[in-house]
Design a protein around this ligand. Structure first.
Ligand code: OMP
Length: 224
């Protein structure tokens, strides 16, 4: 089994981010760089982390009018990321244009309902239905738009996989049984996410903030 763990490097400091990836790189399958990192270090930062030899997941969660999102996708084309995120709530045309503007080797995946939201939060935003209902609906829209897959929690990925057999499913909000949830509300264990059909597990703090990140990544991999 190839290693499905993408380490979320949510650090604004390039030297610390590089040191962390160097430390765990034998026990992860890729590196996820988010807005915090990209706003601080841009293309240069991505090149520096890419030198360490792992696939790069650029988690920019793009959400704007189709023309703007397509232009942003074109601007990151040269970085050849393995995965890029956009928001499904941007609508079908935005997703279609984002995919058309992405490089052939980049998987474009749509964030459905953030894993930090529960049913109450979702109702307060004004969406009707549960997190589960909304994830299934947005997954269907992303599929129709020709995307490669979606981002959802481990609580929905099994049902999404049933309706989109060959989709690529990114699951964050993953917590080993003993770990603190923090701001994640729809969390499952790495093993549960994998068994339910996740293609990739995004894991940040349980590895990055562990006393020994290298060992933490190994321990998680041993449960899969
Ligand atoms: O797109 C994401 O990666 C994402 C979507 C989502 O619904 N929930 C979510 O937590 N994430 C990201 O996954 C990572 C989770 O980090 P930890 O909670 O520290 O494991 C963070 O970098 C989040 O930005």
């Amino acid at each position: 089994m190839s290693n499905p763990i993408y380490l979320a490097v949510d650090l604004p400091d390039l030297a610390r981010a590089t040191a962390l990836v160097q430390q765990v790189r034998g026990h992860i399958g890729g590196v996820k760089l988010g807005l915090e990192f990209f706003c601080a270090h841009g293309h240069h930062g991505v090149h520096e982390i890419a030198k360490l030899g792992l696939p790069i997941f650029l988690d920019l969660k793009l959400h704007d009018i189709p023309n703007t999102v397509a232009a942003a996708m074109q601007a990151i084309h040269v970085l050849e990321p393995a995965i890029v995120t956009i928001h499904a709530a941007g609508g079908r045309a935005m997703m279609e244009d984002a995919k058309a503007a992405a490089g052939a080797h980049t998987r474009v995946v749509a964030v459905t309902m953030l894993t930090s939201l529960d049913d109450t939060d979702i109702a307060r935003i004004g969406y009707s239905g549960t997190a589960h209902d909304n994830v299934l609906r947005l997954a269907d829209l992303a599929h129709q738009a020709g995307l490669d897959g979606i981002v959802c929690s481990g609580q929905e990925v099994g049902a999404v996989r049933q309706q989109w057999r060959d989709g690529f499913f990114v699951v964050p909000g993953v917590r080993p049984a003993s770990a603190v949830l923090g701001d994640q509300k729809r969390a499952v264990t790495p093993r549960q996410a994998r068994d339910a059909g996740a293609s990739v597990l995004v894991i940040g703090r349980p590895i990055a903030r562990a006393e020994n990140p290298d060992q933490a990544a190994r321990d998680i991999m041993a449960t899969l």
